[in-house]
Design a protein around this ligand. Structure first.
Ligand SMILES: Nc1ncnc2c1ncn2[C@@H]1O[C@H](COP(=O)(O)OP(=O)(O)OP(=O)(O)O)[C@@H](O)[C@H]1O
Ligand code: SF4
Ligand SMILES: [Mg+2]
Length: 334
């Protein structure tokens, strides 16, 4: 792990038991995250993309230790250079470090407590971590509100007074309150109107520049991640399909699933909508995944080995990682 890396995730797994019947007997396992590795450098953004249920939220929640991973390492470099493994650290040791990584949630309507004032919401991390007195917290909240483009006097109001975009700005202010280094944002603009999405994304990018923040960003929409990411990680059924810089990945995908995802993005040309291609076939079930490459039942390039052996994630060019047996031999058109 080099000095510029803030987060290095190695072989992360999160399995959930499938239980059945009155006695809740364990009848199977959901492989929500099934061997995910990636790194994020200081001040950069890594985006996770993939179809619904591929494990994006579970990966994010493991990283902020909202859930305990089943296996793997989550190495986090603190400001003083100390490296700790968030996957295994005990709750007592975790407590003082928690303020350094914060989450922004998808739904700004359900993620803000309707009975709390904006001051109480934004200052909550300060209270939890015992930072500042009442006066200092009020000053901090006023400053944060201004930073996210809202008025300081809004701190006396309740969430219902605000639009979706404003609420998400409040959610971002809360995430920033305790001066974190790493922000994990789980589809922070998906619930917003398209016209508001760009404003919130621009705000997040400005804050990143100003404060030197490191982002893990989850998105459905490939066009969103193209603008904001240094690195894109495409997930399929709990596994990494491909990792690379967005321009290279979109222009020249190396994994058939990446190519299918790109093809599924609607074209801006209204006459072209019929050309929208959705990856054929059903997404695999993480409780009962196929053998070998999880994508093989849907892949137009499948050969025998794909059905037998899971392809390892290999670096085929500097910074580009692909898990496909045929990554270097097939030509993918987008
Ligand atoms: N607490 C849980 N218990 C059992 N299964 C779970 C649990 N949380 C998630 N899963 C399963 O794990 C898989 C991954 O879910 P996850 O929410 O991480 O996907 P996602 O990529 O965030 O999807 P979306 O795009 O819909 O938000 C899904 O099959 C989901 O049903
Ligand atoms: S390993 Fe085989 S099935 Fe999987 S994506 Fe590559 S070609 Fe397709
Ligand atoms: Mg999710």
């Amino acid at each position: 792990m080099d000095n510029n890396t803030v987060l290095q995730v190695n072989n992360l797994k999160k399995y959930y038991p499938v239980e059945a019947g009155f006695l809740k007997r364990r009848v199977g396992t959901v492989r929500a995250v099934d061997d995910v590795s990636f790194a994020i450098r200081q001040g950069e953004t890594v985006s996770l993309v993939g179809e619904s249920g591929c494990g994006k939220t579970t990966t994010s929640r493991c990283i902020v230790r909202a859930v305990d991973p089943t296996e793997g390492e989550i190495l986090y470099r603190r400001e003083n250079g100390e490296v700790i493994d968030l996957a295994t650290i005990g709750q007592n040791e975790l407590r003082p470090i928690r303020r350094e990584f914060q989450m922004v949630f998808q739904d700004p309507f359900s993620s803000l407590n309707p009975r709390m004032t904006i001051f109480e919401i934004i200052s909550e991390p300060l209270r939890v971590h015992g930072i500042g007195n009442q006066r200092e917290r009020e000053d901090r909240v006023a400053d944060l509100l201004k930073r996210v483009g809202l008025r300081a006097e809004y701190m006396r109001r309740f969430p219902h007074a605000f639009s979706g975009g404003q609420r998400q700005r409040i959610g971002i202010a809360r995430a920033l309150a305790a001066s974190p280094r790493l922000i994990v944002a789980d589809e922070p603009v998906s619930a917003l109107d398209v016209s508001v999405q760009a404003q919130v994304l621009n705000l997040m990018m400005d804050l990143q520049d100003e404060l030197g923040l490191t982002y893990l960003f989850v998105a459905h929409d490939l066009s969103v991640v193209n603008q904001i990411s240094n690195t894109v990680l495409v997930m399929y059924v709990g596994r990494v399909a491909e990792i690379g810089p967005p321009q290279a990945l979109f222009r020249n995908p190396k994994h058939p699933y990446t190519a299918a995802l790109i093809a599924s993005v609607p074209k801006p040309d209204p006459f072209n909508l019929t050309e929208r291609v959705i990856p054929e076939g059903e997404i695999a079930n993480p409780a009962n995944p196929p053998s070998g490459c999880y994508f093989h039942p849907r892949c137009p390039f499948v050969v025998d080995i794909c059905k037998q052996t899971a392809p390892p994630l290999e670096e085929i060019e500097p910074g580009r990682f692909v898990s496909c047996h045929r990554a270097t031999e097939i030509e993918l058109m987008v």
